[in-house]
Design a binder for this molecule. Structure first.
Ligand SMILES: Nc1ncnc2c1ncn2[C@@H]1O[C@H](COP(=O)(O)OP(=O)(O)OP(=O)(O)O)[C@@H](O)[C@H]1O
Ligand SMILES: [Mg+2]
Length: 310
C-alpha cells in the first residue's frame, strides 16, 4: 500500500489527487497530547487506535507512552518487566546518563508507526524535576525538554501522539507544553465530568504560571472525545446534552461508542485494527470499526487543517 501510494503520487499535475499525506516543508510536526486525569477514560485505547489509523492511512507516526503503567507499550508487544525496554525518561533525565531520543525509539509491527515505550523509571521524572528546578536553569525550564528532544527527529515524523498518565504531574505538563494539540478523553458520566472539570481548573492555573516564565502553550486545537458512549443509557445521553450546551464546538462530532469488540481485542493485547473480523460477531465488529474510523478521520481532518490544507 505504501509503495502504491508513492507510485500514484508521482502524477505531478496540479489538480492530481494526492495519495501520500505526509507533511510538506512548510507544515509543522503535529504533537497531540491525549490527557485527562481520570483513570480509565480511554486515553491509551484512543492513542493506540489513532496512531495506528494515521500510520495505516500513510502518515509517519511516533506514539509516546508517558504512563509508567506502560499499557500502550504492552498493546504493542513491549512488556517492561520482561523486555527491559527503554523509556522517554532516558531522553529526559537531568544527569549525564541522558540518551538521544533516537536510542529510545522502537519499531512496531505497523509500517510507518514507531513507539517510545514506557517503564517505571518514568516516575523518577516526577521526583527529579522539582529538585532540578531548585538547582539548575534546565530544571526551571523543564517545560521545554520534550520539545527540544522531539526536534531531533522532526524530519522523521508527521504526527506524534502522546499517551499521558492519569495525573497532572510534571510528565503530563511536559507533554502538554511540547504539544500543539490536545485531545481530552471523557466518559460522559457525572463523576467523570466533575473530575475533568477539576483537571481543567488545575491545568488553567498551572499554564498561567508557566506561561509567565516563558512556556509556549498555544494550541492549534483542543477537542473533547466522548469515550465508551452508550447511546441507550439515558443519564449518559443527558450528560452529553449538558456537555454540548457548554462546549459545543470543542466536542468531536463522532463519539466512541462502548463496544465489547474493543475490550475483547484488549484481552489479547490487540486493537481493532489488528484483530480478525472472523473471530467476532460481525455486526459488533463492523459497528465498532466504523465508529473508530469516523473518530480517527475526524481527528485526521483537524491535523490536515492545522497544516492549512483546507
Ligand atoms: N470504546 C470502548 N469500548 C469498550 N471498552 C473500552 C472502550 N475504550 C476503552 N475501553 C476499555 O476500558 C479500559 C480503560 O481504557 P484505557 O486503558 O484506554 O483508559 P486510560 O484512560 O488509558 O486508563 P489509565 O488512566 O489507567 O491510563 C480498557 O480495559 C479498555 O479496553
Ligand atoms: Mg492509559
Amino acid at each position: 500500500m505504501i509503495e502504491l501510494r508513492h507510485f500514484l503520487d508521482k502524477d505531478r499535475r496540479p489538480d492530481a489527487k494526492k495519495y501520500v499525506p505526509q507533511r510538506k516543508a512548510n507544515e509543522k510536526l503535529q504533537v497531540i497530547a491525549v490527557v485527562n486525569f481520570k483513570g480509565g477514560s480511554g486515553k491509551t485505547t484512543t492513542t493506540a487506535h489513532l496512531g495506528q489509523h494515521l500510520a495505516l492511512t500513510g502518515h509517519r507516526v511516533l506514539i509516546v507512552d508517558l504512563d509508567p503503567q506502560a499499557s500502550l507499550s504492552a498493546l504493542h508487544g513491549f512488556q517492561p518487566e520482561i523486555d527491559r525496554n527503554p523509556s522517554l525518561y532516558d531522553a529526559l533525565r537531568y544527569d549525564d546518563q541522558r540518551k538521544p531520543i533516537q536510542d529510545v525509539i522502537l519499531k512496531t509491527n505497523f509500517p510507518l508507526l514507531d513507539i517510545v515505550p514506557a517503564n517505571l523509571d518514568l516516575q523518577e521524572y516526577e521526583y527529579d524535576t522539582p529538585l532540578a528546578m531548585q538547582t539548575s536553569q534546565e530544571g526551571k525550564r523543564f517545560f521545554t525538554r520534550l520539545g527540544k528532544v522531539l526536534a531531533d527527529v522532526d524530519d522523521r515524523y508527521d504526527v506524534v501522539v502522546i499517551d499521558c498518565p492519569p495525573q497532572l504531574g510534571y510528565l503530563t505538563l511536559t507533554a502538554l507544553t511540547a504539544s500543539n494539540s490536545v485531545l481530552i478523553t471523557v466518559h460522559p458520566q457525572m463523576l467523570d465530568l466533575m473530575s475533568m472539570s477539576q483537571f481543567l481548573l488545575m491545568l488553567g492555573n498551572i499554564t498561567k504560571t508557566i506561561k509567565k516564565v516563558g512556556a509556549n502553550v498555544r494550541m492549534d486545537w483542543l477537542r473533547y472525545l466522548i469515550t465508551r458512549y452508550e447511546p441507550t443509557d439515558v443519564p449518559q445521553a443527558q450528560m452529553l446534552g449538558f456537555m454540548h450546551s457548554m462546549l459545543a464546538e470543542e466536542i468531536l462530532k463522532n463519539p466512541m461508542v462502548k463496544s465489547t469488540a474493543i475490550s475483547d481485542a484488549g484481552l489479547t493485547k490487540q486493537t481493532l485494527y489488528e484483530v480478525e473480523r472472523a473471530n467476532f460477531n460481525r455486526d459488533t465488529y463492523d459497528r465498532a470499526i466504523q465508529c473508530m474510523d469516523a473518530v480517527n478521520f475526524e481527528i485526521q481532518g483537524l491535523i490536515h487543517q492545522a497544516w492549512g490544507r483546507f
